[in-house]
Design a protein around this ligand. Sequence first.
Ligand code: ADE
Length: 343
Amino acid sequence: MTKDSTTGQGNLPENKDALFLDQKLRPERWEDYIGQTHIKQNLEILLRAARERSHPPEHLLFYGPPGLGKTTLAHLVAKEIKAQIKNTSGPAIEKVGDLASILTNLSSGDILFIDEIHRLNKLVEEILYPALESGVLDIIIGKGPSARTIQLELPPFTLIGATTRIALLSAPLRSRFSGGVFRLEFYTENEIVEIIKRSAAILGVPLEGKAGLEIASRSRFTPRTANYFLKRARDLAQVEKRVLDEHAVKETLRLLEIDEIGLSQPDRHLLTILIEKFGGGPAGLSTIAAATSEEQATIEEVYEPYLLKLGLLERTPRGRTATKKAYEHLGFDYPEESQEKLL
Ligand code: ADE
């Protein structure tokens, strides 16, 4: 790509919106957010009650696999109560001073959104406790015997935390989310079809035949994945000058190496290694990570939730095991004695 002499950012497309497709696909109104019905119902009551009392809602935690809409929901909560939202993330807040500066710059009623909140460091986390509980910031001035603590009063605010790894959150931090701890669930196939239809309308691309259903059935019940497949299928239809129907979707997903139940190449690799190298398991997470050259966190956060949901993988106290369904899906013979091994 050649450099644009005025911006130094390369050739910008005529329509800059095209660069921010994912942003465009995010629902901007509460009623446009499809799925997660139970969470939405609970939040509606909580937000309405808070509004009626003219008080910011209590702190909220959203958790669940990536791509299910935790950030989107946090932004919609802010919109619903007409609050300003400030965005940051666990790893971005490196020092106590970083958090102190974020907190002291909040205005009354603001929402502070901390993504990947499980990655906050211990010292930062401890400063957060009194801020969440009593709305104060304890600052230590000086060092050694002359050190003293001063307390700063913070404006009332709501923290919304998001994490893919609830188990890594310390119990004291988890207990501070007094408004509720909400687990986002995988979407149903119907909900994903609705999301795809909405996204296709925003992108201005007509879906023909069973295109929506074909994408939905392989999207890991995850809107981000569904929207990604939709964008790639739209590319293929455009480049090959064909309609975006189920055949175009099938061809797109064949090229992306996504199989008919939505498994990607790394998913299949993980199961294959477990079966071929470890006799189907049980094998520990670190062993599987080393054998597949994947990060343990990626296995736990990205691959496992869907494999567990499909019943292709099981977690036992002794490690991960590939199920009979996994053997069958990948075309391996299932050794019946491996069931006895588990008993
Ligand atoms: N796009 C991504 N997630 C969505 C959702 N839950 N509802 C509507 N559109 C979405």
